[in-house]
Design a binder for this molecule. Structure first.
Ligand code: FAD
Length: 392
């Protein structure tokens, strides 16, 4: 069983199946014994600890969410959410590595690939023998990614020639495959291509100088006459509709990232308040610090319940884009507020890596802006509730 979870005030774990509680405990143990001891060093080095991959393989988490044929397990969304929450409680970057591979890249193959492609790629991806990345965003195309997508694909006999740039692509510095979304010059539709590492014309430069998610390696990809065989074009991905389906499948997971990050920051702040003394008292005895802690706990609890319901709806097939968008908006904002209060509760130590909370504080900024910025997800909900679109 999990040790007394400070950040689970209303018994979230009691609302899960026994199997899900066992998975949560497995992930928590892994994060506390394998990731926590090394994460500050890798955060400072701006590097992903590749030695974690075989250890994550032993956890066998992918098959708790995906079946070999690319279908999802019956309670995949709740299970995935709990995995992500437990990862982010300790380190958001680990969850981003997992989310890019097990979410974005794997879902692209599962939804966009045909039977042959699924049979070839999914089993090794589920075993973490083949690591995936997802290349959609471009230097000039972030929020307006569907209209603004400039990377081109030109058919040339039995292959395609890709040209363009992709920015922010997580895992791409070491991935075995990267799904590149490019516009077919002939019919102008967005199509997905599996680009294998080492393909000529496919160059990845690691983005330097990030102040959030430094353990995640994000690449700036340049495609120059990069030749990909027709057999590596995702055969069922014939328009941006598939890309949107992939993003829909991963957005609930990003909302859960905010839950875990806030939960971790709250737990750190609570422990600090119970040990740090000023004016002859534990700082947790001061009313203003208690106010911070209670505010944080209220946020964490509301986020947990919202995301559990969101994932239950996703598993039941009733979740719509606006439901995931509202959860992402709400949790990212509440997470930002929570990590700021947690950091503040540490005083000066709150900006030191060794106290843990600073990493949560910085990582929240990335959660706030990817998988649809706060503004874009707000407009998705606004459109759904008013029937009026603020988009062009
Ligand atoms: P912009 O679109 O330039 O937005 C700038 C600002 O303008 C934002 O505040 C935005 O909300 C606002 N804005 C834009 N349009 C409107 C509007 N219509 N109304 C109101 N406000 C608006 N992409 C991938 O493909 N693969 C990845 O693996 C990946 N990983 C990432 C990891 C990190 C750490 C980060 C930071 C990004 C990652 N991304 C990835 C890209 C991410 O999805 C984009 O950064 C995101 O979609 C926002 O795009 P942008 O950064 O270009 O911002």
């Amino acid at each position: 069983d999990l040790p007394a979870p400070h950040g689970d005030f209303y018994g979230l774990m009691d609302m899960l199946s026994e199997r899900q509680r066992e998975i949560a405990a497995r992930v928590r143990h892994f994060m506390e014994t394998e990731v926590a001891p090394i994460m500050n060093e890798y955060w400072s080095r701006d590097e992903f600890p590749r030695q974690l991959i075989p250890k994550m393989r032993e956890l066998n988490l992918m098959r708790e969410i995906w079946n070999d044929d690319g279908t999802r397990t019956p309670d995949a969304s709740v299970t995935e959410g709990i995995i992500i929450m437990e990862m982010c409680r300790v380190d958001v970057s680990t969850a981003v590595f997992f989310g890019v591979h097990a979410g974005l890249a794997l879902a692209s193959v599962a939804l966009g690939g045909d039977e042959r492609q699924r049979a070839e790629l999914l089993p090794p991806m589920l075993d973490l023998d083949v690591i995936g990345a997802f290349g959609l965003t471009e230097p000039e195309g972030g929020s307006q990614v569907s209209q603004g997508l400039r990377t081109t694909a030109r058919r040339d006999g039995d292959s395609w020639i890709l040209n363009g740039e992709k920015k922010w692509i997580g895992n791409s510095t070491f991935s075995d495959i990267t799904v590149i979304w490019a516009r077919d010059e002939a019919d102008q539709q967005v199509k997905g291509f599996v680009v294998r590492a080492g393909t000529p014309g496919f160059e990845v430069e690691k983005i330097q100088g990030k102040v959030a998610l430094r353990i995640v390696e994000n690449g700036h990809i340049r495609l120059q006459n990069c030749r990909v065989p027709e057999s590596d074009r995702l055969q069922q991905a014939t328009s941006f509709r598939t890309t949107a389906d992939v993003l829909r499948l991963t957005r609930a997971g990003v909302a859960w990232q905010g839950v875990g990050c806030a939960m971790g920051a709250y737990e750190l702040a609570l422990s600090y308040a119970q040990t740090r003394e000023q004016f002859g008292k534990k700082i947790g005895a001061f009313q203003l610090i208690q106010n911070h802690l209670v505010h944080m706990l209220g946020n964490v609890t509301a986020m947990q319940m919202l995301c559990l319901r969101l994932s239950q709806m996703e598993d039941a097939g009733t979740m719509r884009d606006q439901h995931a968008a509202l959860a992402k908006v709400f949790t990212a904002a509440r997470c930002r507020e929570t990590v700021a209060l947690a950091r503040e509760s540490f005083g000066g130590n709150g900006i030191l890596l060794e106290y843990g909370v600073a990493k949560h504080f910085c990582d929240t900024e990335a959660i706030y802006s990817y998988e649809g910025t706060n503004e874009i997800n707000t407009l998705v909900v606004g459109r759904a509730i008013t029937g009026l679109s603020a988009f062009v």
